[in-house]
Design a protein around this ligand. Structure first.
Ligand code: PLP
Length: 480
């Protein structure tokens, strides 16, 4: 007898799985947001050895309830306010399921033309929805990556290729290349610098405006000039639209002018906030991108309803990226590639193989339409505005301003405590809220002080959840 699942069995269990997911999402609110598991709990609940004889799917599903769910932190819980959201949605989940169902590996156009061409259309559509100028029929174009971190790494690889005229791809790094970030830039840039061999020590950290926490373009200008005068070869500046700590927005136009003057690649990490531009009144976040960005990445897998993983990345000119990464081993040769008439996305990313991620983004854009996406962003913004106003009105709390987009940062006031003790008290307050299971929030540091962060914009978060979270925070504060 064949060990494979028959199509009748697949239909039966497939329906059970979809029902399981629907029930899970319907009841996720009743679960503690952050997993209460202790280290090793999940592992201990699992057999030490794999089965010799196959098991029924019902048993797998039973273990999902018994073993897996207690070890899940519920990112789709309406009271999940930690980090930034990783939204899922019905069309996003189903698009991903269809990708699994097709089981396509789209490394080349020839290995599934639809996987490539649908992706090209999806990223072109998405650029249009965000009001971005990137189009695949021009010199640049877009691609879907697994993460914003990969996009940053790829930007550095492309920038190294451009600045060295291809030498780095052949001989490795022969000059003292430098990458420029701000104090607020995501750690993915330092990681990328380590990976490419530039080294974290050659990541230069530019200061920020003390209030807005946005990169200081004049400080960048000075640093670039000094480094070049000292014999270094600046390669890339990463500006951020929506920093991880406070959603600060770097002045792209001013930073871009500096980059242009110094001949340095400008990468924009808009992982969180770029998608806000589906709302025309928020397109200001991307001011300067059209004129100055060499590469740009934003994550529909954060705020915009597309299941993880889905980072849309565009380059103004695809040549340095593709030239840096394209290698033609015999086993990948095919007529379509040789004709030059097709895109092979393997040359736009680190791995060779690639999933059919475009299906979920395409499904999300078609299901919601531009108006549905705008409505979702507006809901998160309205919830953030309410929370910010409650914090601002409460004398026991200090709101971090400017409050930006869907992120609200604040800290409790502890007038009797030193700064150090106050920070410790803030962290204890956060831990006890998170241990309660009622909500999940995280912290950061601003100007050396601990600050709490609440990111709004979850698919299932309603105003009542934000109100309940705020009441829980106040009650916890009063109880300390
Ligand atoms: N860049 C910024 C500004 C972020 O906020 C984040 C994550 O929150 C990242 C990069 C990393 O994103 P990814 O997980 O897609 O690599």
């Amino acid at each position: 007898m064949s060990p494979h699942m028959t199509s009748d069995e697949f239909r039966e269990y497939g329906k059970q799985v979809v029902d399981w997911i629907a029930d899970y999402l319907d009841t996720v609110e009743s679960r503690p947001v952050r997993s209460q598991a202790e280290p090793g709990d999940v592992r201990r609940a699992l057999p030490e050895h794999p089965p010799e004889h196959g098991e029924g799917f019902a048993e797998i599903l039973a273990d999902l309830d018994r073993v897996v769910l207690p070890g899940i932190t519920h990112w789709q819980h309406p009271s999940f306010f930690a980090y930034y959201p990783a939204n899922s949605s019905g069309p996003g989940i189903l698009g991903d399921l269809l990708s699994s169902g097709l089981g396509v590996q789209g490394m080349l156009w020839a290995t599934s033309p639809a996987c490539t061409e649908l992706e090209t259309v999806a990223v072109d559509w998405f650029a249009e929805l965000l009001g971005l100028p990137f189009r695949t029929d021009g010199p640049g174009g877009g691609v879907i990556q697994d993460s914003a971190s990969s996009a940053s790494l790829l930007a550095i690889i492309a920038a190294l290729h451009r600045i060295s005229d291809g030498t780095v791809a052949q001989q490795g790094i022969t000059e003292r290349h430098m990458v420029y970030v701000s104090t607020e830039t995501h750690s993915a840039l330092a990681k990328a610098a380590r990976i490419v061999g530039i080294g974290a020590g050659n990541v230069r950290v530019v200061g920020v405006d003390q209030k807005t926490l946005a990169m200081d373009p004049e400080a960048l200008d000075r640093m670039l000039a000094e480094d070049r005068a000292a014999g270094a070869a600046p390669v890339l500046v990463c500006a951020t639209i929506g920093t991880t700590s406070t959603a600060a927005i770097d002045p792209i136009r001013a930073v871009g002018e500096v980059c242009r003057r110094h001949g340095v690649w400008l990468h924009i990490d808009a992982a969180y906030a770029g998608v806000a531009a589906v709302c025309p009144e928020l397109r200001w976040v991307n001011d300067g991108v059209a004129e100055y960005a060499d590469s740009y990445a934003t994550n529909p897998h954060k705020w915009l309803l597309t299941n993880f993983d889905c980072t849309t990345m565009w380059v103004a000119d695809r040549e340095p990226l593709v030239a840096a990464l394209s290698i033609q081993p015999e086993f990948l040769r095919n007529n379509a590639t040789s004709s030059g008439a097709v895109v092979d996305y393997r040359d736009w990313q680190i791995p060779l193989g690639r999933r059919f991620r475009a299906l979920k983004l395409w499904a999300v854009m078609r299901w919601y339409g531009a108006e549905g996406l705008r409505e979702h962003v507006h809901t998160g913004l309205a919830q953030a505005a309410s929370l910010a106003s409650w914090v601002a009105e409460d004398p026991h709390f200090a709101l971090h301003e400017p409050q930006t987009l869907g992120l609200v940062c604040f800290r409790p006031r502890w007038p009797a405590l030193s700064e150090e003790d106050a920070d410790a008290a803030t962290l204890r307050l956060m831990e006890s809220l998170n241990n309660s299971g009622a909500l999940y929030l995280t912290h950061t540091k601003v100007a050396g002080r601990v600050v709490l962060r609440m990111a709004l914009g979850g698919t299932r978060t309603e105003q009542r959840h934000v109100e309940a979270a705020w009441q829980a925070i106040r009650a916890e504060y009063r109880g300390t």
